[in-house]
Design a protein. Sequence first.
Length: 109
Amino acid sequence: MCILSIIIPFANFGRGFIFVDDNTRPHCVQLELDSPTTSYCCGHHGLLTAIVLYVWDKLTRQLQQRLHSPTTLEELGNVLQEEWERISQNFINNLVQGGPRRCLCPRIN
């Protein structure tokens, strides 16, 4: 299955249609297995962007666990700063050191 066969059926939603690549490993691996070429999970994003996506995912999960959602942009900024400070340096180090292992999804021919 090619990625175009996945996207095209949904593209009839109009000019505002946006395809979002969530860059999650299960989806990337499936696309890699279906793709005729060898490529990588990170695609054009690169390793640094993949690491940033993991951190944003963690921040998102932490925000969802809060009892009260922020109601203003200022409050959101403060809450994000608090949640950012709660992320351990060890978590960041593990992402950086294990980045290539998480990111590369070579296709077996």
